[in-house]
Structures are given as structure tokens and as C-alpha cells.
Design a protein around this ligand. Structure first.
Ligand SMILES: O=C(O)C(=O)C[C@]1(C(=O)O)C=C[C@@H](O)C=C1
Length: 301
């Protein structure tokens, strides 16, 4: 089974952090085109429909936590993670030429970005309103289209050049060195080949066993020496207190111990959905030749 495909969807438009993430992932095949979508569900729907072979979407930020739209989509069946990448996120405030900080009355950005920059905005623009946008680059584009109207966007620094905006301030984020983890998602459940450092993601529903159910899940891995690096509860929506758990375990599903842990759980009627096995992001991959190139053709949504 190969993971070659021709079009990779991403949260656009051009200039999002997601696009930067996509360019840092090793291309899955020659001649891959990129296509921007206005939201995470739209990008993932294109994968579900088979219109795009894969999509790159944000999953979790080190300051603001998970991206709800991505968690909601992954909780539904039919999609699998085939790659991950972490990207450092640093934010700039940008506005049309002629706008100064004192002129700004409204700041637009993705809610995750507004959250990460809330302290800076409260200190430097206490009177300005904030308005959520579909992405940081969508905010920059809207601000550019509005012209000098007291609007500014919080976005990745390169977005200013892309949309003809002037940078009013940089380093807005609450924490220097903040990172966002992005995943590449595809339909096939065949995982990429095993490497030396892999991760397996699962969505687990232990049923109504309460906290004991989660403990059993963790024990299935711990008793086999498998490290669980992340557990995140996500509401099923059925009632308060009813959760699925996103579990990241170290190792590939082809690793006998990981496979055994999963089959032990399914044998005990724990609902386990395989979300993917893929190379764990170790940082240095970003510097390997061929993984940071400007990347293939981009097309606007
Ligand atoms: O809006 C973008 O540029 C995105 O790629 C989305 C997103 C997110 O969803 O968290 C990605 C990284 C940053 O944390 C802020 C926004």
C-alpha cells in the first residue's frame, strides 16, 4: 500500500500556520498539489469525499490546548492520521499601510491565536474588540480587503507580506517557543511503514465503567512497557460525563506489544478505533534535506 496522492487539502488561505506545517512534512509522493480550504471540517470533508487524498490540520497547541474542530472530526469514523509535525507559532499584529496602533479598534484572528495573544492585546489595545476568523491568514486577507478601517489581524509574520499589510508589532504570543502539532489525515487505515520511532493514536470508549474503564486502558499499555504520551477526553455529546478518550501510545501497530494491548482491550469489549500509526515527530526531521522545501503548487480555495 502506498501513500501517494495528488492533492493535499489544508486550512487556508495562503499564509496560515497550517500551510507552513504542510511544507515541513516530507511530501508523500512526487507532484503533490496543495489546495486551501476555509475551515478544518471543509478540508476533512474533501478527504472523506475522496476529492483530496489527504489534509493537513492543526490538532493541539502548547498554550491553548486542542483544536476543537479537529477533535470533533477525528472522533467520527473514517479518517486516519498518517503523519505529524510540530511548528513553532509566533504572532504579529498587522494592518493596512497608514494604520497605526492607536487607530486599531478591532482585531481579527483565529480563536486559538487570539487566545494566545490575549495578554498582549489587553495590555496594548485595551479598547479594541476581537473578532474570530476562520484562520489567521483569513483574518489578514479580510483586513487587507477592508482597507484602512481600524481593523488589524493577528497572523504569522509572513502573512503581512502576502496580503500587503504593515507589521505593527511582533512577538504577541503569551509564551515564546509555543508550538502547534499538526497532523496529516487520510482515509486509508493502512499505516505508513514502521520506523524506529512511531506513535499509534486511538479513540477509545471504555463504556460506562467510569474511571475504572480508563485505568484498564492505561494498564493494557503500561503492563506491556508501552508509554502512553497523551490521553485526552472528548465528550461523546450524549450526556454530561460521557467521554471518548484520544490515546497516543508509543510504537507502531505492527509492534506485537502494541497490537496485543489493542486486542486485549477489544476482547474486553472496550470500543477501540484505530486512528493511525505514523512516525513520531522528533524535531530533527524538519532539518532533513527535502522536508523544508517551499513545496508543491498551491491553489486558492
Ligand atoms: O489560523 C492558522 O494560521 C492556523 O493554521 C490555525 C491555528 C490553530 O488552529 O491553532 C494554528 C496554529 C496557531 O496556534 C493558530 C491557529
Amino acid at each position: 500500500m502506498t501513500h501517494g496522492f495528488t492533492t493535499c487539502a489544508y486550512l487556508g488561505p495562503e499564509g496560515t500556520f497550517t500551510q507552513a506545517a504542510l511544507h515541513r512534512l516530507p511530501p508523500p509522493g512526487a507532484g503533490t498539489a496543495h489546495r486551501a480550504f476555509p475551515s478544518v471540517p471543509a478540508a476533512l470533508d474533501a478527504v472523506r469525499r475522496g476529492e483530496c487524498g489527504a489534509a493537513v490540520v492543526p490538532l493541539e497547541n502548547s498554550v491553548r490546548g486542542v483544536v476543537p474542530a479537529t477533535m470533533d472530526e477525528l472522533a467520527r469514523a473514517g479518517l486516519h492520521i498518517t503523519a505529524e509535525v510540530e511548528v513553532e507559532v509566533a504572532f504579529a499584529l498587522m494592518a493596512p499601510p497608514g494604520t497605526d496602533l492607536a487607530d486599531v479598534t478591532e482585531v481579527l484572528s483565529h480563536p486559538h491565536a487570539l487566545g494566545q495573544c490575549a495578554d498582549w492585546l489587553a495590555e496594548h489595545l485595551p479598547g479594541a474588540r476581537t473578532r474570530p476568523a476562520d484562520s489567521t491568514a483569513a483574518a489578514a486577507r479580510e483586513v487587507a480587503e477592508a482597507g484602512p478601517a481600524g481593523l488589524a489581524a493577528v497572523a504569522a509574520p509572513p502573512a503581512a507580506g502576502l496580503y500587503g499589510l504593515r507589521t505593527l508589532a511582533t512577538g504577541l504570543g503569551r509564551r515564546a517557543g509555543a508550538v502547534t502539532r499538526f497532523v496529516r489525515v487520510a482515509q486509508p487505515w493502512f499505516p505508513p511503514a514502521r520506523t524506529r520511532e512511531d506513535r499509534t493514536s486511538l479513540v477509545v470508549a471504555p463504556g460506562d465503567g467510569g474511571p475504572g474503564g480508563l485505568a484498564e486502558v492505561l494498564r493494557a499499555f503500561a503492563s506491556r512497557g508501552i508509554e502512553v504520551s497523551r490521553v485526552h477526553s472528548w465528550p461523546t455529546g450524549e450526556r454530561l460525563g460521557s467521554y471518548r478518550y484520544f490515546v497516543d501510545a508509543e510504537g507502531h501497530i505492527e509492534n506485537p506489544a502494541v497490537r496485543e494491548a489493542v486486542s486485549t482491550l477489544t476482547a474486553r469489549s472496550v470500543d477501540v478505533r484505530f486512528l493511525g500509526s505514523y512516525p513520531r515527530w522528533t524535531g530533527d526531521r524538519a532539518h532533513r534535506p527535502g522536508t523544508t522545501a517551499a513545496g508543491p503548487r498551491a491553489t486558492a480555495a
